[in-house]
Design a protein around this ligand. Structure first.
Ligand SMILES: *Cc1c(COP(=O)(O)O)cnc(C)c1O
Length: 331
């Protein structure tokens, strides 16, 4: 649920996931968690970035902090003792990211002071994989070993390790709860292999103008695309301000019906230009729908062409065009 459900709109996505059976949600910050909690009062909503601000707010709002250092554990445990309530929490062990969570030496100190945990209802001991996308990377097994070592140091707790790609590393990585994000939204959790996930997100727009272009002419800012043979250029009203990366200038394809046509010239702020010379007038004219994102592999393919990852593409998709959620009316 981070980043408003990876840019797709938590207000619509969270209830859909609830209907599909999800009961535990993870957001980055308290505001994202509150939005989910307001929609799904019975859900367990965790704040990955930790316990900050006023701990009492987490209690009042029913949020579950992921405790990332001993200080956070002490504060949450102290509050639980004062309230005489076993407050829910997850404990995050850092097994190699160097980003969030208790490194091994702090897990050791926590093990010595495990009474701190008695005041808490620890739902999960969790960790996060640094390079699960690369199933061949020895770091995965290293982190798995480090995670097992943390589990042995502490009282028995339910455990959670895998993100989307971690799920595909096999059952050793599954423990009691997996935390997929990207794969749920149709991204490929197994890069360089076919995407096992169904497509979830599409992006389409209607052609707003078509012109004939002749050899010697150029297309778009910087005149980066030179027309080599007589053709037709279609202009589509969506650009980098909508999250269609400028890095895709002359490097991507769009789809008209079932024909792929190249993006030519620079992606502008609000416009993209396509060479539709391969299509007859009847198939591609003003008003014809064009797919910019479609199918199983496109998210990762476009991301690679743009020098980024599908996660960034998804979270950057703009909010100014109408969104249609399948099975619901236009939003
Ligand atoms: C973002 C995140 C996930 C989900 O990762 P995906 O690769 O999108 O599946 C899981 N766990 C933590 C701690 C995260 O930050």
């Amino acid at each position: 649920m981070k980043a408003d459900a990876y840019g797709l709109g938590a207000a619509r996505v969270a209830p859909a996931l609830w209907r599909a059976g999800c009961r535990r949600f993870f957001t980055a910050n308290p505001d994202g968690a509150l939005a989910v909690k307001a929609l799904l009062p019975e859900a367990d909503v965790h704040v990955l970035n930790g316990l900050f601000g006023e701990p009492g707010d987490y209690v009042a709002q029913g949020l579950i902090p992921v405790l990332n250092d001993l200080g956070q554990i002490e504060r949450w445990s102290g509050l639980a003792s004062r309230l005489e309530r076993r407050l829910p929490a997850a404990i995050h062990a850092d097994t190699g990211m160097n980003r969030l969570g208790l490194p091994a030496r702090e897990i050791d100190r926590l093990a010595e002071r495990h009474g701190l945990l008695d005041a808490l209802d620890v739902r999960y001991l969790m960790s996060h994989l640094a390079n699960a996308e690369d199933g061949a990377d020895a770091m995965n097994a290293g982190q798995l070993g480090a995670f097992d070592a943390c589990r042995r140091r502490l009282p028995a707790l339910p455990a959670s390790l895998a993100n989307s790609s971690g799920v595909f590393l096999g059952p050793d990585y599954h423990f009691d709860l997996v935390r997929p994000g990207y794969a749920v939204y149709g991204g490929n959790p197994t890069p360089r292999r076919p995407n096992p996930m169904e497509p979830v997100v599409g992006l389409s727009a209607q052609i707003v103008q078509v012109r004939a272009a002749a050899p010697g002419e150029t297309v778009g800012y910087g005149a980066t695309h030179a027309v080599e043979a007589p053709t037709r250029i279609a202009t589509v009203p969506l650009g980098y301000a909508d999250g269609y990366p400028r890095a895709l200038s002359s490097r991507a394809a769009a789809r008209v019906g079932d024909v792929e046509v190249p993006v030519v010239g620079r992606v502008s702020m609000d416009l993209v230009t396509l060479d539709i010379g391969a299509l007859p007038e009847a198939k591609a004219h003003v008003g014809t729908w064009v797919d910019l994102i479609w199918g199983r592999e496109i998210l990762d393919d476009l991301a690679m062409r743009a020098g980024t990852i599908g996660y960034e593409l998804l979270t950057a998709l703009g909010a100014r065009y109408p969104r249609v959620y399948a099975g619901e009316a236009a939003a």
